[in-house]
Design a protein around this ligand. Structure first.
Ligand code: SF4
Length: 206
């Protein structure tokens, strides 16, 4: 696997940040499978090493942020592994007078990963969080995502509920390839049980 050092990249009017390749899941649909080194967004997202927080900040600040609608922390991996460094980066951007809508795309298990409630860390730093709901039961979730930790589905739902206290816009997503009934079950979980915004995403071809 050829590795590079793509920390930031542009796509669809947003600037994306790739802070880590670590992940506690091994999703069946993960774009990292089958020798892929990126997505439709960009290639070469395997990092030769994790960037330091200073390198992440410098990479973001090398772009003109006025050009972008959102600054999205995502990663070819689970970005919440770097929550402390990401918070530092956002604080620095603010201190430097940079104004941009901030978003994290996450599997929603950051609190489980860190063994503490990370939700308060998002307050005043993130405008939006997008969480992959993926499916409607814990059993299906485990079979689809193969989380390292037990209880990941419930932890993800708890995070989705809690994070709404700190972040104005919280979205949960599924892909449009799951059965219609499952899409509707997920809608109920997202909107009625959790109270988040629901989005059915288009599947990105492997
Ligand atoms: S959570 Fe994301 S990065 Fe991790 S295995 Fe699943 S799709 Fe891949």
């Amino acid at each position: 696997m050829k590795k590079g050092f793509t920390i930031t990249y542009e796509y669809g009017g947003n600037l994306y940040v790739n802070p880590t390749n670590r992940c506690n899941f091994n999703c069946e649909f993960c774009l990292r499978h089958n020798g892929h080194d990126g997505s439709i967004y960009t290639h070469n997202l395997w990092l030769e090493r994790e960037p330091t927080k200073e390198e992440i900040l410098a990479s973001i600040e090398s772009w003109d942020l006025n050009q972008y609608r959102q600054l999205v922390f995502v990663g070819f991996g689970e970005p919440s592994y770097r929550i402390d460094d990401i918070c530092w980066v956002i604080d620095q951007l603010k201190a430097h007078g940079k104004k941009i809508f901030t978003r994290m795309d996450t599997n929603g298990t950051g609190s489980l990963i860190h063994g503490r409630d990370i939700c308060p860390d998002f307050a005043g730093r993130f405008d939006m969080v997008s969480i992959s709901l993926n499916t409607d039961t814990a059993e299906k979730y485990d079979a689809l995502c193969h989380p390292v930790q037990a209880g990941a589905y419930q932890a993800m739902k708890d995070f989705a509920k809690e994070i709404q206290k700190y972040v104005p816009k919280v979205m949960m997503t599924v892909v449009d390839t799951i059965p219609k009934e499952e899409i509707e079950n997920c809608r109920r979980i997202c909107e009625d049980e959790i109270g988040a915004i629901y989005r059915v995403r288009e599947y990105i071809e492997d």
